[in-house]
Design a protein. Structure first.
Length: 474
């Protein structure tokens, strides 16, 4: 029996290295005991380092790597064993990765979903307290306490470095503390809840929350699903909830009588202050291009090459489509075929300047089946979307747009995590871990409408959506 000890910080990377080594040495799952930050267990069995896999010895499907990256942060103590057991089978049966009936995969997908949800909640519900003093370099200092259900501080820390790049901050959780000082992120052992000062931000959040709370649309179940009760104790605005619920009916009546009301301007300003965007840059565009070129040297049957986005690196707007089409794949540029021409025409009519936006796709390769010599477009699956997520995340990181325009279901799923119908959600902005996302239909939807009247009506709605986007980024 081997005991592999994984660290609390850098867990996912350590698991990946250990799993590759074990796989290369053909160590079966039942011969491995995984310990995570557990000295008692390690003392009992004695930790043995996992063998190191020679470079290139083990190939693992990218979709599994992405899955494992999330599952490693789950709180289930069996997570590492579950992943390795599945990986062991995957070695001989690569098609397992897309087998919807496989119970082990279903469990792992469920765990991945829990982790993603937890990470999303963390990005929404961490509340910083102002520590007052500015550091030597004049940066303001903030700290927050948070109790995530899973170990999601490490994977979400880059989000906070982008969002709050111009301040120094610490996020304390029971497991791990993340510190961002002078633009450098570091991770440390967790701590008990620190004594943080009450500050004005509490009041700001309370005001914001009371402003956006619409008593006429109160649905307690939906609200507690969005903001689960377990988070309330650390959310300054949550203390207003019982009152707001209790008085909702009376307030809804008052609102109806007093309409029209002023927009919650103050709330918008508060949001702006609390969500000041950052400018942290990881990879450069050059790195991305080189990586795409390297991957493009190998062809994949049924898939085209990686087509990256294009546009100003500091664009305020990022336009995200589905995947390159046949023309885009040949030219190596996004949105230059029929759907791109449709977009260009309607955008120009709506006053939206394509050249000022960074235009890209959620999935980077054209997916097709061959019919004779023709390459017929295939919609990307959720697996393709996950596979490609890394690329769009890098582009978002680099461009840091103020607003993202998601066109069509694939872009919406990638950015919001929800597959709910785009026709019901279009025309609205949804807050996501990547920033605000405006949803609309894909231009190829308009091209496919057989009825001329429906096409004209839908094109007009699309134009209205693009005009709203132009206004929002102006
Ligand atoms: N459809 C897309 O979603 N993107 C393109 O680049 C072309 C067509």
């Amino acid at each position: 029996m081997r005991t592999v000890a994984l660290p609390r910080i850098g867990t996912a990377a350590a698991w990946r290295t250990a799993a590759r080594g074990l796989l290369a040495a053909q160590v079966p799952p039942e011969a491995v005991l995984w310990a995570w930050d557990s000295p008692a267990q390690i003392d009992l069995f004695g930790a043995e380092p996992a063998p190191v896999a020679p470079r290139g010895d083990v190939t693992v499907p990218k979709a599994f790597v992405a899955l494992a990256e999330n599952v490693c942060w789950h709180s289930d103590p069996e997570r590492f064993a579950r992943l390795y057991a599945f990986l062991w089978r995957l070695r001989r049966q690569p098609q397992l990765m897309v087998d919807r009936g496989d119970a082990q995969l279903a469990t792992l997908r469920g765990m991945e979903k829990n982790v993603r949800r937890c990470a999303h909640k963390m990005t929404a519900f961490v509340r910083f307290r102002d520590l007052g003093e500015a550091g030597a370099d004049g940066r303001r200092r903030f700290a927050a306490w948070f109790e995530p259900t899973h170990h999601t501080l490490e994977p979400t820390a880059p989000f906070f470095t982008r969002r709050f790049a111009d301040m120094d901050w610490a996020i304390h959780t029971p497991d791990v503390t993340a510190r961002f000082e002078g633009g450098q992120l570091s991770l440390h052992e967790g701590s008990p809840r620190p004594d943080l000062p009450e500050d004005g931000a509490d009041e700001l959040w309370g005001t914001y929350f009371r402003n956006i709370f619409n008593p006429a649309r109160l649905k307690v179940k939906a609200m507690t699903s969005e903001m689960p009760r377990k988070y309330w104790k650390n959310l300054p605005e949550a203390r207003h909830i019982p009152d707001l619920i209790a008085n909702a009916e009376a307030r809804a009546r008052e609102m109806a009588e007093a309409a029209p009301t002023l927009p919650p301007v103050r709330a918008e300003r508060i949001l702006e202050r609390l969500h000041a965007p950052g400018v942290l840059r990881g990879m450069t565009f050059d790195d991305l291009r080189k990586r795409a070129e390297a991957e493009n040297r190998e062809t994949q049957p049924g898939y085209g090459r990686i087509v990256l986005g294009e546009g100003p690196a500091d664009a305020r707007l990022m336009v995200v489509g589905e995947q390159p089409g046949d023309v885009e794949d040949r030219e190596g540029r996004p949105f230059v075929g029929p759907a791109g021409q449709m977009f260009d025409t309607v955008a120009a009519e709506a006053g939206l300047e394509r050249g000022a936006a960074y235009v890209t796709n959620a999935v980077k390769r054209f997916k097709f089946t061959l019919r004779g010599k023709r390459r017929i477009h295939q919609s990307p699956t959720s697996g393709d979307i996950e596979h490609a997520r890394w690329w769009i995340a890098q582009e978002l990181d680099l461009v840091q747009p103020k607003l993202i325009l998601a066109m069509g279901g694939t872009a919406a799923e990638t950015l919001t995590g929800s597959r709910k119908g785009i026709l019901k959600r279009r025309g609205a902005v949804e807050e996501t871990e990547y920033g605000p996302v405006f949803l609309t239909v894909h231009p190829s939807y308009l091209l496919r409408l057989p009825d001329a009247a429906a096409k004209a009506a839908e094109t007009a709605r699309f134009r209205d959506d693009l005009a709203s986007v132009a206004k929002l980024v102006a």
